[in-house]
Design a protein around this ligand. Structure first.
Ligand code: HEM
Length: 420
């Protein structure tokens, strides 16, 4: 959903490159403690030095003028106010009726198609706000469960849960909230997405008392502890206490969200849960505590875990790029049809990685026989090729233990390849 539909920025927004000025502008809005007249990110993004706007008389008669901008929006096209009767007469209104409804064009079209519009209008009218109502604020400050959805610049999504003690999500005002990022598995999927694309959807659910939920959608940015400390006089005391505490439970950083939509997740299907005792070891790396083997992935072949044929293709292409650049072994491949060779090697390596392929030592012996007899293929070349393969695997970030397993298997082919 997106209240008062705005055109999403063409380019990914690099939150990591935010400047200090932007951080300050966020706090400026926050301190006012009322819905800002312009949203933080847009205010930051659309800030344009007056001197860079094209206002020359030559431009005022063109159909569209372009405001040159520094920063992420390279240019923004605007229609100038009509200055002559002809301009006014030539004005072509936009084809589509503008919408002040929350939500996407897709959801509006579906509502029409399946005759759900009256129900949807009822929901929009009664439930959807662009800020946090007082009761929503109180609700958030008691909750322990937050589900967060983000997507990268290409729109590929990730959904994760953020859990904390009751009140770990802080409401700063009706347009802003923030939540801590504790130590996790080191992947940073949601923060990585936010660094490319600020759009965020959150679902906060009360499973223990009222069985109700709250959706909050908006724009997120990442704020480091140190940056928050600069504003400690204006921060809730609990945030400063959390930042300055030592140990695993200290947040690594925070996500601040500017609220664009807030609406209820109805109670109907939310189960009422009872909390039993469970020790929670914050920030632990213990594989037992984390139950990392829960889905028993250790028996799934490396071939499947790497991503099947597609991954093997990347491995083989990278390997042969290196081989053909290598003066020591490249001469062996001079008269070889490399497309066919890549194909064969993909089959072989897929098998070596545990994929559903068959390859026999006999094939390897026959193929390399000519090379042994006519070109002197010997141990030193074998070792060199194995070295390039190892480097390839390392550069593609295959785990050391698994590299060694594959290399052990390759070692068993030495006598066939060298025709001994
Ligand atoms: C770990 C060691 C090696 C493995 C697993 C391996 C694997 C293979 C495979 C699967 C093929 C395709 C066989 C077929 O036609 O079905 C092949 C062909 C070939 N290999 Fe190797 N190889 C190894 C070492 C070497 C070395 C050390 C060299 C030379 C420096 C070499 C040079 C070639 C060449 C030139 C061909 C193409 C032969 C032709 O089409 O006439 N290989 N290899």
């Amino acid at each position: 959903m997106g209240l008062f539909k705005k055109t999403p920025p063409k380019e990914p927004l690099k939150n990591t490159q935010k400047t200090k000025t932007e951080t300050t502008s966020f706090f400026f809005f926050w301190k006012k403690n009322k819905p800002p007249t312009a949203v933080v990110s847009e205010e930051v993004l659309v800030e344009t030095p007056a001197s860079t706007q094209s206002s020359s008389p030559e431009n005022s008669h063109t159909e569209q003028s372009t405001i040159k901008k520094s920063g992420r929006f390279a240019s923004i096209k605007t229609k100038p106010a009509a200055t002559t009767i002809n301009d006014a007469l030539n004005y072509v209104p936009p084809k589509k009726t503008p919408s002040i409804l929350p939500g996407s064009d897709g959801e509006h079209e579906l509502q029409e198609k399946i005759a759900a519009k009256p129900r949807a209008m009822n929901f929009y009218n009664k439930q959807v706000l662009s800020f946090l109502a007082p009761e929503m604020q109180k609700f958030i400050e008691k909750q322990e469960f937050l589900f967060v959805s983000t997507s990268d610049a290409k729109g590929e999504c990730d959904c994760t849960s953020k859990l904390g003690e009751a009140g770990f999500i802080r409401v700063l005002n009706e347009k802003h909230l923030m939540y801590p990022e504790y130590r996790g598995n080191g992947v940073y999927a949601s923060l990585g997405n936010i660094s490319e694309n600020p759009h965020i959807a959150m679902l906060i659910i009360d499973f223990y008392k009222d069985t109700i939920g709250l959706h909050v959608n908006g724009k997120a940015r990442i704020i480091e502890n140190e940056a928050l400390l600069q504003f400690k006089d204006n921060m809730p005391a609990s945030v400063i206490a959390e930042i300055t505490k030592e140990g695993h439970k200290k947040p690594e950083r925070w996500v601040i969200v500017e609220v664009e939509e807030a609406y209820v997740q109805c109670s109907k299907h939310i189960p009422l849960l009872k909390k039993l005792d469970k020790r929670v070891d914050w920030g632990t790396d213990s594989e037992v505590e984390k139950k990392v083997d829960y889905f028993q992935l250790q028996d799934i072949p490396l071939y499947d875990r790497l991503g099947g044929d597609k991954a093997i293709e990347i491995v083989v292409d990278h390997f042969y790029r290196k081989v053909l650049k290598d003066e020591f072994v490249a001469p062996f491949f001079e008269d070889v049809d490399m497309d066919a060779q890549r194909q064969k090697q993909k089959g072989f390596l897929a098998m070596a990685f545990g994929g559903p392929y068959n390859y026999t030592g006999k094939d390897l012996r026959t193929t390399h026989e000519r090379l042994v007899k006519e070109m002197g293929l010997s141990d030193k070349y074998f070792d060199h090729i194995v070295g390039i393969l190892k480097e390839t695997f390392q550069e593609l970030n295959i785990h050391e233990k698994e590299i060694n397993q594959v290399l052990e298997l390759l070692a068993t082919t030495r006598d066939d390849i060298l025709c001994r």
